[in-house]
Design a protein around this ligand. Structure first.
Ligand code: NI
Length: 398
């Protein structure tokens, strides 16, 4: 049964190879920013209709949810997710499918994810007599922008009626050679919160510090002290990162400014510690500022939660990938302190977020995501399409 279904999927993927490449070129050439995926959403809907799928719904404005029903469709439901949005980056690739939307680019591979899910949809619809249960296709908007399209889709009940018992998502990974995929069981990606600190002192002449309250010295103390929250107060077994990337003090060699602005990011993999840490940071910064005669305003803009890959589901997916691609093409990944809004699904139902290799050094395809020269080896498309289809069927028959 396993071998037969794999052969059928591979054949369908191979027969549609040029169509998938064309789809990806269309999406890549026509990127849209987060929550503005109007044309992308129409394109997805039209493709689903062309496949023959009729159960299609709009969720969260530009999001699309569709159902593929196999035999005994009530029996079991699983979900597959792709994201639709692009980034505000000016593309520097010289390719025929270069972005037509100046300053907007699919630099995080969401064109690839959308193509892979559309491709998987085509295969699964063709094979719907070969499996039992329902596959829910989730095309979500706004992965790159807070509050995250996943949270909006969930608020609009995407995980209900029918409720999937598991969800898979895949993401391109330019560090992994094309042909391979990567998995990490358990804690995988971090929560991510933005920190904005305003340190308020009293400016004046640099020659007379005793008449002023120097916010730069206060800011320096705060930055050093806050590092002790991650090095001394965080449990050593919970990964935590606090980085400040921006300090703005508009004084001069002889001018002490009134205020200093500090911006940074806090990332971790534990929801309780995450919120404890926010409180500790606010208290420490405020007390330091106060102790030095100044004041401090501390804002935490909450981002996505951490992403946990369900152990059982990830084990099933990894074994599925070994069956589909061979042992040598499935690798284990480390925890990764970047954030991803797929995490919202993983907080609610068993989820597995895995990586699709897209790198090809010989062809010079090595650029990182979120850069103006990011691209993929398009041999990854058939793997992304076929593997997703196979994992859906494997989970339904589990
Ligand atoms: Ni992404």
């Amino acid at each position: 049964m396993t071998n037969q279904i794999i052969d059928q999927i591979k054949l369908l993927a191979e027969n549609n190879r040029s169509k998938f490449i064309e789809m990806r070129h269309h999406l890549h050439a026509n990127p849209e920013l987060s929550f503005e995926e109007f044309e992308t959403s129409k394109f997805v809907k039209n493709q689903l209709i062309k496949i023959g799928i009729t159960d299609i719904e709009h969720v969260a404005n530009t999001g699309i949810v569709a159902l593929i029903k196999g035999k005994n469709s009530e029996k079991k439901v699983i979900a597959l997710r792709a994201d639709l949005d692009a980034l505000p980056i000016l593309e520097q690739n010289d390719v025929m499918y270069k972005s037509n939307n100046l300053g907007v680019m699919h630099a995080c591979g969401h064109d690839v994810h959308t193509t892979c899910l559309l491709g998987a949809a085509e295969i699964l619809f063709n094979l719907r007599e070969s499996f039992e249960g329902t596959i829910k296709l989730i095309f979500q908007p706004g992965e790159e922008k807070l509050p995250g399209g996943a949270s909006l889709m969930i608020a609009e009940n995407v995980l209900e009626n029918p409720s999937p018992e598991a969800i898979f998502g895949q993401h391109v990974m330019p560090l992994i050679p094309v042909g391979k995929v990567g998995f990490k069981s358990g804690l995988y990606m971090a929560s991510s919160d933005e920190i904005f600190i305003k340190v308020i002192g009293k400016g004046g002449h640099g020659a007379m510090p005793h008449l002023n309250i120097d916010p730069i010295v206060i800011a320096a103390q705060i930055i050093i002290a806050l590092q002790q929250i991650v090095s001394r107060m965080a449990s050593p077994i919970i990964p935590s990162v606090l980085s400040f990337g921006k300090i703005n003090a508009n004084g001069a060699t002889n001018v002490i400014p009134n205020e200093v602005f500090i911006e940074g990011t806090f990332r971790t993999l534990d929801e309780k510690w995450r919120f404890d840490a926010h409180e500790k940071m606010i208290k420490m910064a405020s007390l330091i500022a106060e102790g030095m005669g100044g004041k401090c305003e501390f804002e935490v803009r909450k981002g996505y939660p951490f992403l946990r890959n369900d152990e059982d589901l990830t084990s099933l997916a990894k074994h599925g990938a070994i069956e589909y691609l061979g042992n040598e093409n499935v690798i284990d990944l480390d925890t990764w302190m970047a954030a991803e809004d797929f995490a919202y699904y993983s907080q609610i139902i068993p989820a597995c977020f895995y990586r699709l290799g897209t790198r090809n050094e010989k062809k010079g395809i090595v650029s990182s995501v979120h850069t103006p020269t990011f691209d993929i080896d398009e041999d990854a498309l058939n793997i992304g399409v076929g593997l997703m289809a196979y994992l859906a069927i494997k989970k339904l028959s589990n």
